[in-house]
Design a protein around this ligand. Structure first.
Ligand code: PAF
Length: 283
């Protein structure tokens, strides 16, 4: 696996792959790779001839009081894992390589950014769209691989691809969970052993929602109340939001029947903000 830091090198190596008529798969990450990222990489390697991984902790998607400085950085381990999994090119740019000092153009996903995580993280999806658009322009992949764990991000990036005519297909892969159900996340590394236990409340709340739907409950408010209860049971957990929204538009649904429903939540466990979701086709 080649590791490069500059845009020019990415263009050179990906250009050579394209000249050899190879399909290009792309997995954008902020590093601190875990099994969730590994599943994206494995799928990219299975599907595409040439696989590019980016490792870049993107400053523009962090708010002023968020965890940019302490975000886990484990580049040596990331590089080894990516190499083992068959990545061809790892792009690990500096912030100044990605953002010139006079950079003043951003991509703003209007509307969709006002839902779910966007409400408490103003500017987050502007940062995500900007960096993903830049990375798409640098790598020019045929297929980009994203995780369902960041459901709103996947919906927004799909919208951006269509709105800005990027010639890239988005493949969204299922959330990978620990054996006890906790969704894999780089931020799980912040949890103390007691908080790690409490963090299971996100999964338990989603299970409660699914069970209620299976028992023919179709009222979003009733399901939300049950999810609240699952979280209230955990001492270090505080709900930021629990939402039942249409999976494509991210608009709230009150009666679930006939909807493809995204059930999403954000919960603070101690100082760590965790998110999780499931999508249910409700009849
Ligand atoms: O999901 C992430 O890790 C980031 O938001 C992404 C897509 C790599 C953009 O920085």
């Amino acid at each position: 696996m080649l590791v490069v830091q500059t845009i020019a090198e990415v263009r050179k190596f990906v250009g050579e792959a394209r000249e050899s008529r190879k399909s290009v798969g792309f997995v954008p990450t902020m590093g601190a790779l875990h099994e969730g990222h590994a599943s994206l990489i494995r799928r990219a390697v299975e599907r595409c001839d040439y696989v590019v991984l980016s490792v870049f902790v993107n400053p523009t998607q962090f708010g002023p009081s968020e965890d940019l400085a302490k975000y886990p950085r484990t580049f040596d381990a990331d590089r080894q894992l990516a190499d083992r999994l068959g990545v061809d090119l790892c792009f690990a740019p500096s912030a100044s390589e990605m953002y010139a000092a006079n950079c003043s153009t951003y991509v703003v996903p209007e509307g969709l950014q006002d839902a779910l995580c966007g409400r408490s993280r103003p500017g987050h999806f502007r940062g995500v769209c900007t960096v993903v658009a830049k990375l798409f322009n640098i790598v020019r992949p045929d297929v980009a691989f994203f995780g369902q764990k960041d459901a709103q991000q996947a919906v927004i990036v799909q919208r951006m691809i269509e709105d800005l005519n990027f010639a890239v297909e988005l493949e969204v892969l299922p959330t990978v969970r620990e054996p006890d159900g906790l969704a894999m996340s780089s931020r799980n590394a912040y949890l103390s052993p007691a908080q790690r236990q409490d963090a299971l409340c996100l999964f338990h709340a989603l299970q409660a929602a699914f069970a209620a739907i299976t028992r023919a409950q179709r009222d979003a408010a009733a399901i939300r109340a049950q999810m609240q209860q699952a979280i209230a049971a955990m001492p270090s957990a505080r709900v930021e939001y629990i939402e039942l929204v249409d999976a494509a538009t991210l608009k709230p649904v009150t009666g679930l029947a006939g909807h493809h429903v995204l059930i999403a939540l954000a919960v603070h466990v101690g100082a760590t903000r965790l998110i999780d979701n499931i999508v249910v086709d409700v009849t």
